[in-house]
Design a protein around this ligand. Structure first.
Ligand SMILES: Nc1ncnc2c1ncn2[C@@H]1O[C@H](COP(=O)(O)OP(=O)(O)OP(=O)(O)O)[C@@H](O)[C@H]1O
Ligand SMILES: [Mg+2]
Length: 301
């Protein structure tokens, strides 16, 4: 079972995350990134976080510990922004916490230029994302972190943020477990991911028993798509097990090189630019990249 802790101190919101997670300290003296039940992404994002994160861990990938965090909005009454206060108010009770990796760096395209990733490790991560239909590990939004960044231990890749995975749970009927997704822009696509070796190694490990164990970690209150939490758990197990057995149908293999990606991006930007009226042509084309640096200064006063 996931450990349970109670948040004792609210430190700051992580405004770079679309769901505005909060960094908190808890009664076990740990520091956690809390994803709130009241966020616009909803409880399904938390279900996906638990299932995909625990699957990653079971398959030997690096993924910070998850805990259930009891959160009382009163501990964050110094938060100045009303929208964040509203988020907290609608999230009283049990939320999802991820162990905070101090000093970790986002795996951005700049970091990727100098950071080596072994093709087998890249293959394992791409394979997990393809199995779990995780469409949010792209070049511009990698949801990968490099850690530790201090000390003598070499930095390694850590997975975070699986809230956008399991796209099938937004449309249970009509979602085909054999469906292939477009992973050409995967954050690790240009490391030559050995997805075939990863498939041979990992597919046999994703048994129904393992999936049942993982589903048991998801709190009942977040499983509301079916008549009972038990039925919901069975639906996830059946779907993911059918999908892992059909891996040949969805195994992604067509990855562009870094140069091909850059050329595609330049072409796309040029087309967008051409299609714009004159008065809009000076607005930069960001293609999914953040529009501006976040303003952190409000939290430094
Ligand atoms: N465990 C962690 N340790 C350190 N930093 C973290 C951790 N989890 C998240 N972060 C930081 O917070 C940012 C936002 O986190 P995350 O991507 O999980 O949030 P999100 O709201 O799901 O974001 P989005 O959906 O916009 O990608 C990350 O890009 C990373 O910089
Ligand atoms: Mg993210």
């Amino acid at each position: 079972m996931l450990r349970e802790v109670a948040a004792t101190r609210y430190i700051e919101p992580l405004r770079s995350g679309g769901s505005v997670p909060g960094v908190v300290e808890a009664d076990d003296l740990g520091t956690y990134v809390v994803k709130f039940t009241g966020s616009a992404q909803g409880r399904k994002a938390l279900v996906a976080e638990v299932i995909v994160g625990e699957l990653a861990r079971a398959l030997g990938l690096r993924f910070p510990e998850l805990v259930l965090v009891h959160f009382d909005p009163a501990i964050a009454d110094g938060e100045p922004h009303q929208e964040v206060r509203d988020l907290h108010a609608s999230s009283a009770g049990v939320n999802l916490g991820m162990d905070y990796l101090p000093g970790a760096r986002d795996f951005t395209p700049e970091v990727a230029k100098v950071f080596r990733v072994d093709p087998l490790e890249a293959g394992r991560i791409v394979w997990l994302d393809a199995l779990t239909a995780n469409v949010d590990r792209t070049v511009h939004s990698s949801n990968l972190m490099v850690w530790p960044t201090l000390g003598t231990v070499p930095p390694r890749l850590w997975l975070i943020d699986h809230g956008a995975a399991l796209v099938f749970h937004h449309r249970w009927d009509g979602s085909d477990p054999q469906k292939a997704y477009d992973f050409r822009h995967h954050a690790l696509g240009h490391y030559g991911p050995d997805v075939r070796a990863a498939d041979a190694e990992l597919a046999p490990k994703v048994t129904e028993e393992l999936l049942r164990e993982i589903l048991a970690e998801v709190p009942d209150a977040w499983l509301t798509d079916f008549d009972s939490p038990g039925e919901a758990r069975a639906a996830y197990v059946t779907y993911l097990h059918a999908r892992v057995r059909a891996s040949r149908q969805w195994l992604p293999t067509d990855f562009p090189s870094r140069e091909e990606l850059a050329a595609e991006e330049a072409l796309r930007a040029a087309r967008t630019q051409q299609g714009r009226p004159k008065w809009l042509q000076r607005v930069p084309d960001l293609h999914g990249k953040p529009a501006a640096e976040q303003d952190w200064s409000v939290h430094l006063q």
